[in-house]
Design a protein around this ligand. Structure first.
Ligand SMILES: C[S@@+](CC[C@H](N)C(=O)[O-])C[C@H]1O[C@@H](n2cnc3c(N)ncnc32)[C@H](O)[C@@H]1O
Length: 226
């Protein structure tokens, strides 16, 4: 059977694409400080659903001692939305695009959000940001899957090693919440689930039906580290 977790490559999987993208968004923001850029998966209300999931199900981490990291943070909007909902954890956004990090820092400074940002390629073996109570991914694995890149001497596809990155930075009993529009719930589970990461919860989205097949264009899964 065809392995549907392997996607074709696309320019959305290149760093240059994201550098150019966030450079443009920075320019727009300079001209209009209300334009904080694209909110990925906005049509599905994914960001607010993720924020609601965190504030409702992970209230134990609603304090400065708890740590949250957003992988491939883009314009940082997901973390800013958590701030807007008064979620009090210490927050860090990382992205391999320098332009993304500059942009997110500019928004944070102008709106006085208490969020840090750092540039990092999450597959860089020397990247060691410490351990977090909550790890977030909104659309980043989707972009990564389009890169066709491999890592290490064995040249393993990045999608295959993605779960090891999460295992490295997630505390025991910590939660990894990911939203994807490229993978089905089954595919996403197959990619992330491991000896250490198990499915805990999913976020419900409206379901469409076509030709007798039911499905959703987006899925969010929360995994817990055992
Ligand atoms: C589809 S965008 C999503 C951005 C943001 N999460 C959002 O929801 O608006 C994918 C993001 O992943 C970042 N990215 C892709 N590969 C990465 C990697 N290996 N390490 C860190 N960031 C990466 C891109 O620069 C881009 O900001």
């Amino acid at each position: 059977m065809e392995d549907t977790t392997k996607l074709n490559t696309s320019k959305l999987g290149t760093k240059k694409y994201w550098d150019d993208f966030y450079s443009l968004e920075r320019g727009n923001f300079k001209e209009n400080p209300e334009d904080t850029g694209e909110c990925w998966f906005n049509d599905n209300d994914a960001e607010q659903r993720m924020v609601d999931f965190v504030t409702e199900n992970l209230a134990e981490f609603d304090n400065k001692e708890s740590k949250v990291i957003d992988l491939g943070t883009g314009n940082g909007h997901l973390l800013f939305a958590l701030c807007e909902d008064d979620f009090a954890a210490t927050m860090l956004g990382v992205d391999y695009s320098e332009e993304s990090v500059r942009f997110a820092k500019e928004i944070a400074a102008s709106k006085e959000y208490d969020v840090s940002f750092a540039q990092a390629d999450i597959f860089d073996a020397s990247w060691n940001p410490g351990e977090f109570d909550i790890v977030l991914d909104k659309g980043t694995l989707d972009a990564i899957a389009l890169s066709g890149l491999t890592v290490g001497e064995n040249k393993r596809p990045v999608v295959e090693v993605y779960h090891t990155v999460i295992e490295k930075i997630l505390k025991k009993n910590g939660v990894f919440l990911i939203t994807s529009c490229n993978f089905t719930q089954e595919e996403l589970t197959k990619i992330v689930q491991s000896e250490h990461l198990e499915v805990w919860e999913t976020i419900k989205y409206p379901v469409f039906e076509f030709g007798g097949v039911k499905g959703s264009t987006i899925c969010s899964i929360a995994f817990v580290k055992k």
